[in-house]
Design a binder for this molecule. Structure first.
Ligand SMILES: N[C@@H](CCC(=O)N[C@@H](CS)C(=O)NCC(=O)O)C(=O)O
Length: 124
């Protein structure tokens, strides 16, 4: 983890970053989302779940609505203003718009293949 990541103006690191870093270290594909994979509570999160499910990708869903510090923390950690946020092998991929575009262009399948993430070869 970049030691400067998540240090605010005070120079203090945010304790929730450790949890976020652990999630993305321990799981090849992590979706920070609103609600659960079974019951998404936002259309943008639901769309990414739908794409990953369609592609047969196993992923860890982290519900940011369970913890306000996680909801704010993930935005600071990634330096990205919104949720959902998809991480693959420790790298931020994007939110709903980016994931949708990458799925439609075939880039998402390519990324999973390059990173060795099991998936079904489906097209948009
Ligand atoms: N254009 C965004 C759409 C996601 C979005 O706008 N999320 C909003 C509403 S769910 C959000 O996270 N707002 C900040 C918050 O709710 O904490 C994307 O591509 O992911």
């Amino acid at each position: 983890m970049n030691p400067e990541r998540g240090k605010g103006e005070s120079g203090m690191s945010n304790p929730v970053f450790e949890r976020i870093q652990a999630e993305i270290n321990e799981n090849p594909v992590v979706l920070f989302m609103k609600g659960t994979a079974m019951f998404p509570q936002c259309g943008f999160s639901a769309r990414v779940v739908q794409i990953l499910t369609h592609m047969g990708v196993k992923f860890k869903a982290v519900n940011v609505l369970e913890d306000p510090s996680l909801r704010e923390g993930i935005k600071q950690f990634t330096n990205w203003p919104t949720i959902p946020q998809l991480y693959v092998k420790g790298e931020f991929v994007g939110g709903c718009d980016i994931v949708t575009e990458m799925f439609q262009s075939g880039e998402l399948g390519q990324l999973f293949a390059e990173k060795g993430v099991e998936h079904r070869p489906v097209t948009a």
